[in-house]
Design a protein around this ligand. Structure first.
Ligand SMILES: *Cc1c(COP(=O)(O)O)cnc(C)c1O
Length: 386
């Protein structure tokens, strides 16, 4: 019987230990495994190729996303790099979002420059621009929704259909929502990629990634290449990732409910300009979000309607919002996009992407929402006095 995501997240790997009856699977640190006899290997021979703990978390991720198999890698970037290495040859075209994650932009651009493959960045909500890129017969198209940091929504079902008509494979970076809130394979994607560093682990204490494949033949190929180039995830990280995934569903629900309460509060604040959160009726793609997501997530952005001195007082007064990059952990983080996550972009490129110097991005945690709102309220009051 197929279980629901929160049951899959809890039950994978439990009670599998036949030696001691451990309820929770142990961490297998051994890098190598003995052969039972001459030419008689066991299920595992070397930990780069296969590790029992990594096997469990890979199986869990594949089940959560509705794929045939998954590979866990040592970062989100290596997951994307693995996928591109396997499916793109010199001359092949990758179509990527114009507002994709900064590290992804840098990876694709640098690989393009050294001739590993071609990349074209397009606004996938601009139909003419998307179709013109698809007319060039790309091998692979990457969709990232909601986007970072403006949380623009892209229609996975529609873009996947157009991409398949053009003969391309479709990968969705599902980092911002997790399989609890969005399941791209059911919407037509061939692969799902995550930075497991974010919501899947959820405790900001590992760097990890995954590629999940819809078809078994692709999962087999990705698994072979992950061992070949040596990007598979380690035993400790796999353990922490599996442990984090067990609480994914309640974490996301609490984070999302906190986010909505913060949005309700921010709407009333004079020092808040434009607000970006997919539940807002005027948000770009709100209707698509309602259709393709099971919730609006826990990332939000807003423009701070004050001068730099006020912004410094606001950020300096907050005690429950840590000024840091990254997202998806149980603790609330706030970042100033122009000087932090998107500092690598030129001012012109930021302006073209709609990112102003007053934009703040919040990854909402699981603290008490009243405490979070009170902390914001206090910081806005102090800022207003300057
Ligand atoms: C963080 C992130 C990545 C990169 O993942 P790492 O684990 O940091 O290597 C890729 N895509 C998105 C959307 C991310 O937020």
């Amino acid at each position: 019987m197929a279980h629901k995501p929160s049951t899959i997240a809890i039950h994978n790997g439990l009670n599998e230990d036949s030696q001691f009856g451990c309820v929770v699977p142990p961490i297998y640190l051994s890098s190598t495994y003995n052969f039972t006899d001459f030419n008689e290997p066991r299920s595992h021979d070397y930990s780069r190729r296969g590790n029992p703990g990594r096997d469990i978390v890979q199986r869990t991720l594949a089940q959560l996303e509705g794929g045939s198999g998954a590979v866990v890698t040592n970062s989100g970037m290596s997951a994307l790099h693995l996928l591109c290495t396997v499916f793109l040859q010199p001359g092949d075209l990758l179509v990527a979002p114009h507002d994709c994650y900064g590290g992804s932009y840098r990876l694709f651009n640098s690989q393009h420059e050294r001739g590993a493959y071609q990349v074209q960045f397009v606004d996938q909500n601009n139909e003419a621009e998307l179709q013109a890129a698809l007319d060039k017969k790309p091998k692979l198209i990457l969709i990232e929704t909601p986007s970072n940091p403006l949380l623009r929504i892209y229609d996975i079902e529609k873009i996947a259909r157009l991409a398949h008509d053009a003969g391309a494979l479709v990968v969705v970076d599902n980092t911002f929502l997790s399989p609890i809130l969005q399941q791209p394979i059911a919407l037509g994607a061939d692969f799902v990629v995550h930075s497991c560093t974010k919501y899947l682990n959820g405790h900001s204490d590992i760097i990890a990634g995954t590629v999940i494949a819809k078809e078994e033949k692709w999962a087999t190929e990705l698994t072979w290449w992950a061992n070949n180039i040596g990007v598979t995830g380690g035993a400790f990280d796999s353990y922490l990732l599996l442990r984090g995934i067990r609480t994914l569903s309640p974490r996301i629900k609490q984070q999302q409910s906190n986010a909505q309460e913060i949005v309700n509060y921010l709407k009333t604040q004079p020092l808040v300009g434009k607000l970006y959160y997919p539940s807002l009726k005027d948000h770009i793609g709100h209707k698509i979000a309602v259709k393709q997501q099971k919730g609006f997530g826990a990332m939000l952005s807003f423009e701070f309607n004050g001068d730099e001195q006020q912004l410094r007082h606001f950020l300096g007064t907050l005690t429950l919002f840590t000024l840091a990059e990254s997202l998806g952990g149980v603790e609330t983080l706030i970042s100033h996009t122009a000087t932090m996550t998107h500092a690598g972009m030129s001012a012109e490129a930021r302006a073209a992407a709609g990112i102003t110097d007053s934009l703040l991005r919040v990854s909402v945690g699981i603290e008490d929402s009243q405490d979070l709102v009170a902390d914001l309220d206090n910081a806005f009051k102090i800022a207003a006095q300057h």
